[in-house]
Design a protein around this ligand. Structure first.
Ligand code: NAP
Length: 459
């Protein structure tokens, strides 16, 4: 296992890294020092003579060449902005983000010979870069430790404690274990979770999972556990199937759960349990992804990105969304972000009206579909699922030049898609939404960008 320290300049990565390496009796490597040694020149001179792009390339090479085990690494302040670097740094590692307030950073780095990255005064540059880099820092980290007001020795002790015992205190771990005891899990999951909580051998060190009621049928655990092993990430993904979301979130805090996928019926209710909600999720009114770092839980929505990605080439099209529930809200948000002209059609017209007035688009009954001649149709109702194998539209409603996206993904070929195919439409199955949203969710939780083709192969 490696320990990797990330964070902005002035957060003490090099000093703390040296302290932790000494205490563990293993070597310490600083990627900035490695770059300077290989280039035979100091970083300010590399920036001055070769430019930032050349420095970033040297940084990529240095990070890719780091030993895979038994080492403490301090990664340069901007390294984790590159998802390729994150994949290398995270492999077989525990990543600690060392944080500090703006004032602390400025007082620590004032007078350094490092070149400014933006050409602006130091305080403005620090404020702007801390804000811009925060999402990437949080995604790439397993644990966040604040260094403000602490000595490097104190921070080093905190890193050692979390490395040895995990982020949870013994009391909260006991509470979390009690909750896990009540979950309907199989023997394999119980064993994996128990070895994580008791730090057995080389077992994974952290927990992720899906929560919903029900959710034990989900394909997410199989997918995520394959991805974790592919990318060498020390996590185990399980299923938190439980009827009360606030109890799941309490347990997630107690156990230091890193990431949760949230599914029906909790996507709206879970927002009230978050410390922060990102602005897309707030606009949609639903969270399907929770990420925890440093005891702070933040909610995101990746469903809308799953609808948006396969339709990106249809910017400005005329679109009809069938349904007015949670998936429809994500779909409408996605289509509007592509500047489409959107009409929401639903069985309960008042719901369609309410959703349309939130987003400033049009609404109507399902029977008005014929008058719209849309170029894009998105089915955001459960009609077409295994238990409801029918279609809200007939073959004569559909025609060439239309793209039909059915968000239902069990079965992959729904009655609507079969009719659309026969009518000469371009069809997009619901598995595409699942694949794209899973890619974005994995990125939020780990900072690693997985190619869609890999997820397509694994699901
Ligand atoms: P939801 O909040 O319960 O909303 C369902 C919507 O469908 C409501 O507008 C509902 O209308 C309408 N509806 C239900 N049965 C209908 C019927 N027989 N005829 C006409 N309209 C009907 O559910 P949701 O969270 O939006 O999910 C909808 C579907 O999206 C799910 O079933 C799932 O298949 C799909 N989905 C796929 C993915 C993916 O990754 N591919 C992700 C999320 C969701 P009323 O209000 O009148 O009941």
């Amino acid at each position: 296992m490696r320990i990797v320290l990330t964070g902005f300049r002035g957060t003490g990565k090099t000093t703390v890294g040296g302290i932790v390496a000494d205490r563990l009796g293993i070597p310490f490597l600083d990627t900035d020092q490695l770059i300077e040694e290989r280039a035979g020149m100091k970083i300010p001179a590399i920036f001055r003579d070769k430019g930032e792009a050349a420095f970033r390339e040297m940084e990529r090479q240095a990070i890719a060449s780091l030993p895979g085990d038994g080492i403490v690494v301090s990664a340069g302040g901007g390294a984790v902005l590159d998802p390729g670097n994150v994949a290398h740094l995270r492999r077989g590692s525990l990543v600690f983000l060392l944080g500090a307030s703006e004032g602390t950073v400025i007082s620590r780095i004032g007078g350094s010979d490092r070149p400014p990255l933006t050409g602006r005064p130091l305080s403005e540059e620090v404020r702007e870069l801390l804000r811009a880099r925060r999402p990437a820092y949080l995604r790439a980290a397993d644990f966040c430790i604040s260094t403000s007001g602490k000595s490097p020795e104190e921070v080093g002790s905190e890193v050692m404690r979390v490395f040895r015992d995990g982020p949870a205190s013994p009391d909260s771990r006991t509470r979390g274990e009690r909750f896990i005891g009540d979950l309907p899990l199989d023997g394999r999951d119980r064993k994996a979770l128990s070895s994580i909580l008791h730090g057995a051998g080389d077992s994974p060190r952290g927990i992720c999972g899906i929560t919903g009621y029900p959710c034990s049928h989900s394909r997410s655990p199989a997918l995520w556990n394959q991805l974790f092993s592919r990318y060498g990430l020390p996590y185990f993904y399980t299923s938190f199937e439980w009827p009360a979301i606030e109890e799941v979130i309490r347990a997630a805090r107690d156990l230091g759960v890193r990431g949760l996928s949230v599914t029906i019926p909790f996507k709206e209710e879970v927002m009230g349990c978050m410390d922060e909600v990102d602005e897309d999720a707030r606009a949609i009114g639903a969270v399907n992804t929770v990420v925890q770092c440093g005891g702070v839980l933040k909610g995101f929505n990746t469903d809308w990105l799953g609808v948006r990605a396969p339709l990106e080439d249809l910017r400005g099209a005329r679109a009809a969304v069938l349904g007015a529930g949670g998936a429809a809200a994500a779909a409408v948000y996605a289509l509007l972000s592509l500047e489409m002209e959107v009409t929401i059609l639903a069985r309960t017209v008042e719901k369609a009206d309410r959703l349309a007035s939130r987003f400033g688009c049009r609404a109507g009954p399902l029977s008005s579909f014929g008058k719209l001649s849309p170029q894009v149709v998105v089915n955001a109702t459960p009609v077409g699922m295994l238990a409801n194998r029918s279609s809200l539209l007939a073959e004569e409603d559909l025609g060439e030049g239309m793209t039909v996206f059915d968000l239902v993904y069990t079965p992959p070929e729904t009655p609507l898609l079969s009719l659309a195919r026969r009518a000469g439409c371009r069809v997009i199955p619901g598995t595409e939404m699942f694949i794209h949203q899973a890619c974005e969710q994995f990125m939020h939780v780990t900072g690693v960008r997985v190619p869609e083709a890999l997820i397509r192969e694994l699901v």
